[in-house]
Design a binder for this molecule. Sequence first.
Ligand code: HEM
Length: 396
Amino acid sequence: VWPLFDRLRREDPVHWNPEPAPNAGFWAITRHEDIVAVDRDAETFTSTNFVNLEEVDDDLIEVRRSILESDGTRHRALRKLMQRDFGGQTLLKYEDFLRGLTQTTVDAALAKGEFDFVKEVSADFPIRVLARMLDVPDEDTGRLIDWGNRMIGNTDPDYADVLLEHADSEQYKHLPFRSPAALEVFAYGRELARQRRGGDGEDLVSKLVNRVPVDGEPLTATEFDNYFLLLVVAGNETTRHTITHSMLALLRNPDQLALLQQRPELIPTAVEEMLRWASPVYHFRRTATRDVELRGRRIRAGDKVVMWFASGNRDEEVFADPYRFDVTRTPNDHVSFGKGSPHFCLGNNLARLEIRLMFETLLPRIGRAELVGDVRRVRSNFVNGIKTLPVRVTER
Ligand code: HEM
Protein backbone atom coordinates (compact mmCIF):
# COMPACT_ATOMS: atom_id res chain seq x y z
CA VAL A 1 0.00 0.00 0.00
CA TRP A 2 2.90 2.41 0.64
CA PRO A 3 4.00 2.80 -3.01
CA LEU A 4 0.39 3.57 -3.92
CA PHE A 5 0.19 6.28 -1.27
CA ASP A 6 3.54 7.70 -2.44
CA ARG A 7 2.24 7.91 -5.98
CA LEU A 8 -1.04 9.52 -4.97
CA ARG A 9 0.73 12.16 -2.87
CA ARG A 10 3.02 12.94 -5.80
CA GLU A 11 0.63 12.74 -8.75
CA ASP A 12 -2.92 13.24 -7.51
CA PRO A 13 -3.08 14.19 -3.83
CA VAL A 14 -6.83 14.90 -3.95
CA HIS A 15 -7.84 11.85 -5.92
CA TRP A 16 -11.35 10.78 -6.92
CA ASN A 17 -11.69 7.04 -6.40
CA PRO A 18 -14.73 5.85 -8.34
CA GLU A 19 -15.58 2.82 -6.27
CA PRO A 20 -18.84 1.01 -7.02
CA ALA A 21 -21.69 0.63 -4.52
CA PRO A 22 -22.02 -0.10 -1.62
CA ASN A 23 -19.09 2.20 -0.84
CA ALA A 24 -19.79 4.58 -3.76
CA GLY A 25 -16.97 6.91 -4.76
CA PHE A 26 -14.74 8.86 -2.43
CA TRP A 27 -12.00 11.47 -2.45
CA ALA A 28 -8.67 10.07 -1.25
CA ILE A 29 -6.71 12.73 0.65
CA THR A 30 -3.10 11.65 1.03
CA ARG A 31 -0.94 14.69 1.86
CA HIS A 32 -0.29 15.63 5.47
CA GLU A 33 -1.23 19.28 4.95
CA ASP A 34 -4.59 18.40 3.36
CA ILE A 35 -5.41 15.76 5.97
CA VAL A 36 -4.94 18.35 8.70
CA ALA A 37 -7.04 20.90 6.76
CA VAL A 38 -9.92 18.41 6.45
CA ASP A 39 -9.65 17.05 9.98
CA ARG A 40 -9.78 20.47 11.63
CA ASP A 41 -12.72 21.81 9.58
CA ALA A 42 -15.65 19.89 11.04
CA GLU A 43 -18.18 22.36 9.59
CA THR A 44 -17.20 21.69 6.01
CA PHE A 45 -16.33 18.05 6.58
CA THR A 46 -18.86 16.46 8.88
CA SER A 47 -18.60 13.17 10.77
CA THR A 48 -22.36 12.84 11.17
CA ASN A 49 -22.76 10.76 7.99
CA PHE A 50 -20.32 8.23 9.40
CA VAL A 51 -16.58 7.91 9.41
CA ASN A 52 -15.62 4.73 7.57
CA LEU A 53 -15.88 3.80 3.95
CA GLU A 54 -18.93 1.71 4.63
CA GLU A 55 -22.20 3.40 3.66
CA VAL A 56 -24.74 3.46 6.50
CA ASP A 57 -28.44 3.70 5.53
CA ASP A 58 -30.11 6.94 6.64
CA ASP A 59 -32.65 5.13 8.82
CA LEU A 60 -29.86 3.31 10.69
CA ILE A 61 -27.62 6.28 11.31
CA GLU A 62 -29.23 7.23 14.62
CA VAL A 63 -29.02 3.74 16.15
CA ARG A 64 -25.39 3.43 15.19
CA ARG A 65 -24.24 6.94 16.11
CA SER A 66 -21.44 7.24 18.70
CA ILE A 67 -19.31 10.21 19.77
CA LEU A 68 -17.20 9.59 16.65
CA GLU A 69 -20.19 10.26 14.41
CA SER A 70 -21.47 13.33 16.31
CA ASP A 71 -20.60 16.96 15.72
CA GLY A 72 -21.32 20.32 17.34
CA THR A 73 -22.74 20.79 20.82
CA ARG A 74 -23.75 17.17 21.41
CA HIS A 75 -20.30 16.01 20.42
CA ARG A 76 -18.70 18.50 22.81
CA ALA A 77 -21.00 17.36 25.63
CA LEU A 78 -20.27 13.66 25.01
CA ARG A 79 -16.57 14.33 24.85
CA LYS A 80 -16.50 16.43 28.01
CA LEU A 81 -18.25 13.65 29.86
CA MET A 82 -15.11 11.48 29.73
CA GLN A 83 -12.33 13.94 28.91
CA ARG A 84 -10.95 14.31 32.41
CA ASP A 85 -10.82 10.55 32.89
CA PHE A 86 -8.42 10.27 29.94
CA GLY A 87 -6.30 13.30 30.91
CA GLY A 88 -2.59 12.83 31.59
CA GLN A 89 -2.94 13.76 35.29
CA THR A 90 -5.83 11.40 35.98
CA LEU A 91 -4.06 8.51 34.31
CA LEU A 92 -1.12 8.77 36.72
CA LYS A 93 -3.22 6.85 39.23
CA TYR A 94 -2.99 3.78 36.98
CA GLU A 95 0.77 3.95 36.54
CA ASP A 96 1.67 1.41 39.25
CA PHE A 97 -0.98 -0.98 37.99
CA LEU A 98 0.31 -0.58 34.45
CA ARG A 99 3.92 -1.16 35.45
CA GLY A 100 2.91 -4.30 37.32
CA LEU A 101 1.01 -5.52 34.31
CA THR A 102 3.85 -4.90 31.86
CA GLN A 103 6.18 -6.76 34.21
CA THR A 104 4.04 -9.88 34.56
CA THR A 105 3.36 -9.86 30.81
CA VAL A 106 7.04 -9.56 29.91
CA ASP A 107 8.10 -12.14 32.55
CA ALA A 108 5.68 -14.72 31.20
CA ALA A 109 6.66 -14.13 27.58
CA LEU A 110 10.42 -14.19 28.15
CA ALA A 111 10.14 -17.38 30.17
CA LYS A 112 8.98 -19.05 26.95
CA GLY A 113 11.98 -17.90 24.92
CA GLU A 114 10.26 -18.43 21.61
CA PHE A 115 6.72 -17.09 21.27
CA ASP A 116 4.18 -15.18 19.26
CA PHE A 117 4.69 -11.57 20.34
CA VAL A 118 1.07 -10.68 19.57
CA LYS A 119 -0.38 -13.46 21.66
CA GLU A 120 2.01 -13.19 24.59
CA VAL A 121 2.72 -9.49 24.79
CA SER A 122 0.57 -7.05 22.88
CA ALA A 123 -2.89 -8.61 22.37
CA ASP A 124 -4.24 -8.66 25.91
CA PHE A 125 -2.37 -5.76 27.45
CA PRO A 126 -4.52 -2.78 26.31
CA ILE A 127 -7.77 -4.54 27.08
CA ARG A 128 -6.53 -5.54 30.54
CA VAL A 129 -5.91 -1.87 31.21
CA LEU A 130 -9.39 -1.00 30.04
CA ALA A 131 -10.88 -3.81 32.11
CA ARG A 132 -9.30 -2.16 35.12
CA MET A 133 -10.69 1.27 34.16
CA LEU A 134 -14.14 -0.29 33.68
CA ASP A 135 -13.65 -2.24 36.92
CA VAL A 136 -14.65 -5.59 35.48
CA PRO A 137 -13.28 -8.95 36.64
CA ASP A 138 -10.15 -10.36 35.02
CA GLU A 139 -12.11 -13.39 33.78
CA ASP A 140 -14.05 -11.14 31.40
CA THR A 141 -10.92 -9.90 29.64
CA GLY A 142 -10.95 -12.83 27.21
CA ARG A 143 -14.51 -12.02 26.16
CA LEU A 144 -13.67 -8.35 25.66
CA ILE A 145 -10.73 -9.31 23.44
CA ASP A 146 -12.84 -11.70 21.41
CA TRP A 147 -15.58 -9.11 20.87
CA GLY A 148 -13.03 -6.53 19.80
CA ASN A 149 -11.40 -8.91 17.32
CA ARG A 150 -14.70 -9.94 15.83
CA MET A 151 -15.87 -6.35 15.35
CA ILE A 152 -12.71 -4.64 14.14
CA GLY A 153 -11.75 -7.75 12.18
CA ASN A 154 -15.00 -7.64 10.21
CA THR A 155 -13.05 -7.94 6.95
CA ASP A 156 -10.66 -10.67 8.16
CA PRO A 157 -11.79 -14.29 7.76
CA ASP A 158 -9.80 -15.31 10.88
CA TYR A 159 -11.86 -13.04 13.11
CA ALA A 160 -15.24 -12.17 11.65
CA ASP A 161 -18.40 -14.16 12.41
CA VAL A 162 -19.87 -12.53 9.35
CA LEU A 163 -17.56 -10.90 6.84
CA LEU A 164 -18.52 -7.34 6.00
CA GLU A 165 -18.63 -8.11 2.28
CA HIS A 166 -20.77 -11.20 2.83
CA ALA A 167 -24.49 -11.07 1.99
CA ASP A 168 -25.37 -12.09 5.58
CA SER A 169 -23.87 -8.90 6.91
CA GLU A 170 -26.99 -7.11 5.60
CA GLN A 171 -29.02 -8.49 8.48
CA TYR A 172 -26.59 -6.97 10.98
CA LYS A 173 -26.35 -3.57 9.34
CA HIS A 174 -28.04 -1.88 12.30
CA LEU A 175 -25.05 -2.88 14.46
CA PRO A 176 -21.63 -1.24 14.81
CA PHE A 177 -19.18 -2.87 12.38
CA ARG A 178 -22.18 -4.91 11.18
CA SER A 179 -21.05 -7.44 13.71
CA PRO A 180 -23.24 -9.70 15.84
CA ALA A 181 -20.56 -9.40 18.53
CA ALA A 182 -21.90 -5.88 19.14
CA LEU A 183 -25.06 -7.42 20.64
CA GLU A 184 -22.95 -9.17 23.25
CA VAL A 185 -21.06 -5.97 24.05
CA PHE A 186 -24.32 -4.05 24.42
CA ALA A 187 -25.77 -6.69 26.76
CA TYR A 188 -22.60 -6.69 28.84
CA GLY A 189 -22.47 -2.89 29.06
CA ARG A 190 -26.15 -2.61 29.97
CA GLU A 191 -25.75 -5.09 32.81
CA LEU A 192 -22.82 -3.10 34.21
CA ALA A 193 -24.87 0.09 33.88
CA ARG A 194 -27.80 -1.49 35.72
CA GLN A 195 -25.57 -2.51 38.63
CA ARG A 196 -23.86 0.86 38.88
CA ARG A 197 -26.60 3.39 38.25
CA GLY A 198 -27.00 5.73 41.22
CA GLY A 199 -23.76 4.52 42.83
CA ASP A 200 -20.58 6.49 43.42
CA GLY A 201 -18.10 4.20 41.63
CA GLU A 202 -14.95 5.68 40.17
CA ASP A 203 -14.96 3.39 37.11
CA LEU A 204 -15.77 4.57 33.58
CA VAL A 205 -19.20 2.88 33.46
CA SER A 206 -20.33 4.52 36.72
CA LYS A 207 -19.25 7.86 35.30
CA LEU A 208 -21.04 7.29 32.00
CA VAL A 209 -24.35 6.45 33.66
CA ASN A 210 -24.25 8.86 36.58
CA ARG A 211 -22.78 12.04 35.13
CA VAL A 212 -25.04 14.49 33.30
CA PRO A 213 -23.54 15.90 30.08
CA VAL A 214 -22.88 19.67 30.14
CA ASP A 215 -25.80 20.37 27.79
CA GLY A 216 -28.11 18.95 30.46
CA GLU A 217 -29.39 16.09 28.27
CA PRO A 218 -28.82 12.70 29.93
CA LEU A 219 -27.31 9.96 27.80
CA THR A 220 -29.93 8.03 25.84
CA ALA A 221 -29.79 4.22 25.96
CA THR A 222 -28.40 4.17 22.41
CA GLU A 223 -25.76 6.76 23.26
CA PHE A 224 -24.71 4.69 26.27
CA ASP A 225 -24.50 1.48 24.19
CA ASN A 226 -22.39 3.07 21.51
CA TYR A 227 -20.13 4.98 23.92
CA PHE A 228 -19.47 1.84 25.95
CA LEU A 229 -18.77 -0.16 22.80
CA LEU A 230 -16.39 2.47 21.47
CA LEU A 231 -14.45 2.56 24.73
CA VAL A 232 -14.09 -1.22 24.56
CA VAL A 233 -12.84 -1.33 20.97
CA ALA A 234 -11.16 2.03 20.24
CA GLY A 235 -8.13 1.57 22.40
CA ASN A 236 -7.77 -2.15 22.08
CA GLU A 237 -6.61 -3.00 18.57
CA THR A 238 -4.95 0.34 17.91
CA THR A 239 -2.61 0.17 20.89
CA ARG A 240 -1.96 -3.54 20.37
CA HIS A 241 -0.90 -3.04 16.76
CA THR A 242 1.28 -0.05 17.63
CA ILE A 243 3.21 -2.17 20.13
CA THR A 244 3.53 -5.05 17.65
CA HIS A 245 4.63 -2.88 14.70
CA SER A 246 7.16 -1.19 16.96
CA MET A 247 8.66 -4.50 18.05
CA LEU A 248 8.94 -5.53 14.42
CA ALA A 249 10.59 -2.22 13.56
CA LEU A 250 13.11 -2.72 16.39
CA LEU A 251 13.88 -6.26 15.18
CA ARG A 252 14.51 -4.93 11.70
CA ASN A 253 16.56 -1.99 12.98
CA PRO A 254 18.84 -3.45 15.66
CA ASP A 255 20.79 -0.18 15.86
CA GLN A 256 17.62 1.56 17.04
CA LEU A 257 16.97 -1.17 19.60
CA ALA A 258 20.52 -0.85 20.91
CA LEU A 259 20.20 2.93 21.07
CA LEU A 260 17.03 2.73 23.19
CA GLN A 261 18.67 0.20 25.48
CA GLN A 262 21.65 2.50 25.98
CA ARG A 263 19.55 5.63 26.33
CA PRO A 264 16.13 4.75 27.84
CA GLU A 265 15.45 8.46 28.32
CA LEU A 266 14.76 8.48 24.56
CA ILE A 267 11.75 6.17 24.93
CA PRO A 268 9.11 8.98 25.12
CA THR A 269 10.50 10.40 21.84
CA ALA A 270 10.56 6.89 20.39
CA VAL A 271 6.88 6.43 21.28
CA GLU A 272 5.97 9.21 18.84
CA GLU A 273 8.01 7.52 16.11
CA MET A 274 6.34 4.21 16.95
CA LEU A 275 2.93 5.83 16.50
CA ARG A 276 3.98 7.38 13.19
CA TRP A 277 5.57 4.16 12.00
CA ALA A 278 2.67 1.92 12.99
CA SER A 279 -0.11 4.23 11.71
CA PRO A 280 -2.60 1.75 13.22
CA VAL A 281 -5.65 3.60 11.89
CA TYR A 282 -5.37 3.81 8.10
CA HIS A 283 -8.21 6.22 7.57
CA PHE A 284 -11.22 8.10 8.80
CA ARG A 285 -13.89 9.48 6.50
CA ARG A 286 -15.83 12.74 6.42
CA THR A 287 -18.67 13.99 4.21
CA ALA A 288 -18.56 17.45 2.58
CA THR A 289 -21.42 19.70 3.77
CA ARG A 290 -20.92 22.20 0.90
CA ASP A 291 -19.11 22.50 -2.40
CA VAL A 292 -15.48 23.20 -1.64
CA GLU A 293 -12.20 23.36 -3.55
CA LEU A 294 -9.07 21.52 -2.44
CA ARG A 295 -5.87 21.75 -4.54
CA GLY A 296 -7.96 22.83 -7.50
CA ARG A 297 -10.32 19.85 -7.29
CA ARG A 298 -14.02 20.54 -6.84
CA ILE A 299 -15.48 18.50 -3.98
CA ARG A 300 -19.29 18.56 -4.03
CA ALA A 301 -21.65 18.69 -1.06
CA GLY A 302 -22.40 15.08 -0.07
CA ASP A 303 -19.12 13.62 -1.37
CA LYS A 304 -17.16 11.28 0.86
CA VAL A 305 -13.72 12.58 1.79
CA VAL A 306 -11.25 10.05 3.18
CA MET A 307 -8.21 11.13 5.20
CA TRP A 308 -5.48 8.51 4.77
CA PHE A 309 -3.59 9.10 8.02
CA ALA A 310 -1.10 6.38 7.12
CA SER A 311 -0.12 8.28 3.98
CA GLY A 312 0.17 11.57 5.89
CA ASN A 313 2.65 9.83 8.19
CA ARG A 314 4.96 9.10 5.25
CA ASP A 315 4.71 12.54 3.63
CA GLU A 316 8.23 13.55 2.60
CA GLU A 317 7.26 17.25 2.83
CA VAL A 318 6.89 16.83 6.59
CA PHE A 319 9.13 13.89 7.50
CA ALA A 320 12.71 13.72 6.26
CA ASP A 321 13.47 10.21 5.03
CA PRO A 322 9.96 9.02 6.02
CA TYR A 323 10.71 5.31 5.55
CA ARG A 324 13.47 5.42 8.14
CA PHE A 325 12.45 4.27 11.61
CA ASP A 326 14.28 6.87 13.68
CA VAL A 327 13.64 6.76 17.42
CA THR A 328 15.24 10.21 17.83
CA ARG A 329 12.98 11.91 15.26
CA THR A 330 11.99 15.40 16.48
CA PRO A 331 9.78 17.16 15.72
CA ASN A 332 7.39 14.36 14.88
CA ASP A 333 4.14 15.81 13.69
CA HIS A 334 2.39 12.49 12.99
CA VAL A 335 -1.35 12.25 12.40
CA SER A 336 -1.92 8.84 13.98
CA PHE A 337 -4.42 10.30 16.46
CA GLY A 338 -5.82 12.78 13.90
CA LYS A 339 -4.75 16.43 13.98
CA GLY A 340 -6.45 19.66 15.08
CA SER A 341 -9.79 17.86 15.05
CA PRO A 342 -12.60 18.06 17.60
CA HIS A 343 -12.41 14.24 17.33
CA PHE A 344 -8.68 14.08 18.14
CA CYS A 345 -8.21 10.73 19.86
CA LEU A 346 -9.70 10.88 23.33
CA GLY A 347 -7.42 8.05 24.46
CA ASN A 348 -4.13 9.50 23.19
CA ASN A 349 -2.62 9.98 26.66
CA LEU A 350 -3.57 6.46 27.68
CA ALA A 351 -2.18 4.95 24.48
CA ARG A 352 1.09 6.86 24.87
CA LEU A 353 1.42 5.78 28.49
CA GLU A 354 0.76 2.11 27.67
CA ILE A 355 3.28 2.03 24.82
CA ARG A 356 5.94 3.83 26.86
CA LEU A 357 5.58 1.60 29.90
CA MET A 358 5.58 -1.57 27.81
CA PHE A 359 8.88 -0.68 26.14
CA GLU A 360 10.43 0.68 29.34
CA THR A 361 9.81 -2.73 30.87
CA LEU A 362 10.66 -4.86 27.85
CA LEU A 363 13.77 -3.27 26.35
CA PRO A 364 16.19 -3.61 29.29
CA ARG A 365 15.37 -7.33 29.43
CA ILE A 366 16.20 -8.13 25.80
CA GLY A 367 19.56 -9.74 25.02
CA ARG A 368 19.24 -11.23 21.54
CA ALA A 369 15.99 -10.91 19.62
CA GLU A 370 15.07 -12.26 16.21
CA LEU A 371 12.13 -12.94 13.99
CA VAL A 372 11.63 -16.70 13.54
CA GLY A 373 8.65 -17.01 11.20
CA ASP A 374 6.14 -15.25 9.00
CA VAL A 375 4.50 -12.01 10.00
CA ARG A 376 0.76 -12.26 9.33
CA ARG A 377 -1.24 -9.12 8.72
CA VAL A 378 -4.88 -8.32 9.47
CA ARG A 379 -6.96 -8.04 6.31
CA SER A 380 -8.47 -4.57 6.64
CA ASN A 381 -8.45 -1.12 5.07
CA PHE A 382 -9.24 0.42 8.46
CA VAL A 383 -6.70 -0.98 10.93
CA ASN A 384 -3.11 -1.59 10.00
CA GLY A 385 -2.73 -4.68 12.10
CA ILE A 386 -0.45 -7.64 12.68
CA LYS A 387 -1.95 -11.00 13.72
CA THR A 388 1.19 -12.97 14.46
CA LEU A 389 4.82 -12.02 15.07
CA PRO A 390 6.89 -15.12 15.91
CA VAL A 391 10.03 -14.14 17.83
CA ARG A 392 12.88 -15.69 19.77
CA VAL A 393 14.20 -13.55 22.61
CA THR A 394 17.02 -14.39 24.98
CA GLU A 395 17.25 -12.42 28.18
CA ARG A 396 20.11 -10.12 28.99
C1 HEM B 1 -10.68 8.84 18.20
C2 HEM B 1 -6.51 6.73 16.89
C3 HEM B 1 -6.13 4.67 21.28
C4 HEM B 1 -10.56 6.27 22.35
C5 HEM B 1 -9.57 8.46 17.49
C6 HEM B 1 -9.24 8.94 16.16
C7 HEM B 1 -8.08 8.33 15.79
C8 HEM B 1 -7.67 7.49 16.88
C9 HEM B 1 -7.33 8.49 14.47
C10 HEM B 1 -10.06 9.93 15.31
C11 HEM B 1 -9.33 11.23 15.24
C12 HEM B 1 -9.90 12.21 14.25
O1 HEM B 1 -10.99 11.99 13.68
O2 HEM B 1 -9.24 13.24 14.06
C13 HEM B 1 -6.05 6.00 17.97
C14 HEM B 1 -4.76 5.32 18.02
C15 HEM B 1 -4.65 4.75 19.25
C16 HEM B 1 -5.87 5.06 19.98
C17 HEM B 1 -3.75 5.31 16.87
C18 HEM B 1 -3.55 3.94 19.85
C19 HEM B 1 -2.32 3.88 19.41
C20 HEM B 1 -7.27 4.96 21.97
C21 HEM B 1 -7.55 4.56 23.33
C22 HEM B 1 -8.82 4.98 23.61
C23 HEM B 1 -9.32 5.68 22.44
C24 HEM B 1 -6.57 3.82 24.25
C25 HEM B 1 -9.61 4.84 24.88
C26 HEM B 1 -9.83 3.76 25.52
C27 HEM B 1 -10.97 7.09 21.31
C28 HEM B 1 -12.27 7.76 21.28
C29 HEM B 1 -12.30 8.51 20.08
C30 HEM B 1 -11.02 8.27 19.41
C31 HEM B 1 -13.38 7.65 22.33
C32 HEM B 1 -13.44 9.40 19.59
C33 HEM B 1 -13.18 10.83 20.00
C34 HEM B 1 -14.20 11.81 19.45
O3 HEM B 1 -14.95 11.48 18.52
O4 HEM B 1 -14.25 12.93 19.98
N1 HEM B 1 -8.58 7.59 17.92
N2 HEM B 1 -6.68 5.80 19.16
N3 HEM B 1 -8.36 5.65 21.47
N4 HEM B 1 -10.24 7.43 20.19
FE1 HEM B 1 -8.43 6.70 19.72
